[in-house]
Design a protein around this ligand. Structure first.
Ligand code: SAM
Length: 312
């Protein structure tokens, strides 16, 4: 559907839980409130309306989607909706190695795996869990299954920028795209550490062999490659290269709120309308239509919710 600014909103980021099995330095888990957590049927009802309004890509995120017990039921209900062309999942992939076959069979089209370092000790320091082996096994299994796998790393100066050469070596041999994401001022760590954000230009200066090959993910990522590299490097830079004017996303939180912009605190609670199809349709339409012009990351933005509530 076209919003008030003429943007074609086609991409839903669907958070299915606020819980997580990691406790990252910059993003800590929360708890689901059973009174407000959307049930699989309720999720399907909301997503069906969004699909009627033009959404054709639904990304499952969280919290950590893998910790939601009825995840398979949610996926089954989503795959039964006619009109979803792409059903990817964003996950930290701890434990994914044991479930990837079933999830792919269930209908997950591809995986974006969050992995901020390839160093086991640093992984433990960032996530407070010794889980990196499971993540790397999941990546290998995904590649064996022929599923598209991307790795997402939030680059933070002094925390994981020393891993850049390791990531470059990794993509030389491994046909995955590693995307470096700017640390956003969401959550107290992100707000307090904006001086540690690393922009693409700094990485590109360090690795001049990287040459631009285009844009991906609806224009959100700029992608680079060096000669002979099996994979590629992408940058998602909402701070230094904002893409708000062409943003095609909306978000549905695990507790039933539409948040049309990550960097704007406006949300619409659609739970009150779950039993009234026409009212639910109108609430969703209104929320999408009035998607904000853009984020406020550069204007001293203070998010009313942390990333684990919103879904990234
Ligand atoms: N648990 C899943 C995962 O780890 O991919 C999905 C949810 S997690 C909130 C989604 C993404 O948001 C992760 O890649 C995480 O690194 C990223 N993230 C969390 N806080 C962030 C921040 N302040 N700035 C940029 N990215 C952030």
């Amino acid at each position: 559907m076209i919003d008030a600014l003429g943007r074609n909103i086609r991409y839903l980021r669907l958070s299915v839980t606020e819980r997580c099995n990691l406790n990252c330095l910059y993003c800590s888990p929360a708890k689901d409130d059973p009174a407000t957590l959307l049930k699989p049927d309720e999720i399907a009802k909301c997503v069906s309306i969004m699909v009627k309004l033009g959404v054709d890509k639904v990304r499952i995120t969280g919290g950590e989607p893998l910790v939601r017990r009825d995840l398979e039921e949610i996926i089954a209900k989503l795959t039964a909706i006619d009109g979803i062309d792409d059903l990817p999942m964003t996950t930290n992939a701890v434990g994914l190695d044991l479930r990837i076959h079933d999830l792919v069979k269930a209908g997950i089209s591809r995986f974006n795996i969050s992995l901020d370092t390839l160093d086991r000790q640093r992984y433990k320091e960032i996530t407070r869990v010794d889980g990196m082996d499971s993540v790397l096994r999941a990546v290998d299994l995904g590649l064996q299954l022929g599923v598209n796998v991307k790795l997402n790393a939030v680059l933070i100066r002094g925390v994981n920028d020393m891993d850049l050469p390791g990531f470059m070596e990794y993509v030389k041999e491994t046909p995955v795209q590693v995307r470096f994401i700017e640390l956003m001022p969401i959550g107290s760590y992100g707000e307090d550490n904006q001086d540690k954000v690393i922009h693409p230009e700094e990485v590109l200066a360090q690795f001049p062999e990287l040459k631009p090959i285009g844009r991906a993910s609806g224009g959100v990522a700029t992608v680079y490659k060096a000669d002979g590299m099996a994979g590629s490097i992408g940058f998602i830079s909402p701070l230094s290269h904002a893409f708000c004017h062409e943003c095609n996303r909306i978000r549905l939180t695990a507790d039933g709120r539409i948040r049309p912009c990550l960097g704007d605190n406006g949300e619409s609670d659609i739970r009150p309308y779950l039993n009234d199809e026409a009212a639910l349709h109108k609430a969703i339409y209104d929320a999408i239509y009035h998607k904000p012009t853009g984020h406020h990351f550069q204007d001293g933005f203070a998010s009313n919710r942390d990333m684990q509530h919103i879904g990234g």
